[in-house]
Design a protein around this ligand. Sequence first.
Ligand SMILES: *Cc1c(COP(=O)(O)O)cnc(C)c1O
Length: 219
Amino acid sequence: MSIPSNLETIKKSLPEHVTLVAVSKTKPIADLKEAYNAGQRIFGENKIQEMTQKWEVLPKDIEWHMIGHVQRNKVKYMAPYVALIHGVDSFRLLKEIDKQGKKNDRVINCLLQMHIAEEDTKFGLDSGELTEILHSEELSQLKNIRIMGLMGMATYTDKEAQLRREFEQLKTQFDLLQQEIPEATTLSMGMSGDYKIAIEEGSTMVRIGSSIFGVRNYN
Ligand SMILES: *Cc1c(COP(=O)(O)O)cnc(C)c1O
């Protein structure tokens, strides 16, 4: 199947309130151009250097989403242009993003990443750490970040009941967040293998790579 037809199939399956992030990590510029020419404007990458290289050469109306783990010393490279950082998993990182936002005279949109999977290899906050960040006195002083919602990755499994349980847990945390920050309306959950379940459990943003661009080769 081609990239445009894959995109079309996926877009048709998404309800109107769900935003599609096309995850283009490891894929060549030509593939992103194909998706762009088919109308896609939101791309997700998990490495800051790779994302910046792509940002430099591709049209400037693309929204770049950082979906991977973020090292604090690299925030500065994406601060001028990144549209949404999905993987914010500490207050120290949030402060660094704020600092770089200030330098670039912009407000940087962030999602707090929650740990919902059974695997302990996946990054993220637990609900206690989330509460700590939300109740921290310093938070209101960070004028150059905006918390837009939550992000999470479920366990890599095809057990539907487990996926549902994990997504449901994230949705519960999202509801609590919205009580404190009503304008935080983004719940980023769901990938190629589990996005339909994620949407049923309340996702508003799905991050889909291999179902659009084909399997990735890591080497
Ligand atoms: C790679 C990646 C995706 C997309 O995964 P696919 O299974 O290819 O759809 C989504 N979210 C994150 C955080 C990723 O790293």
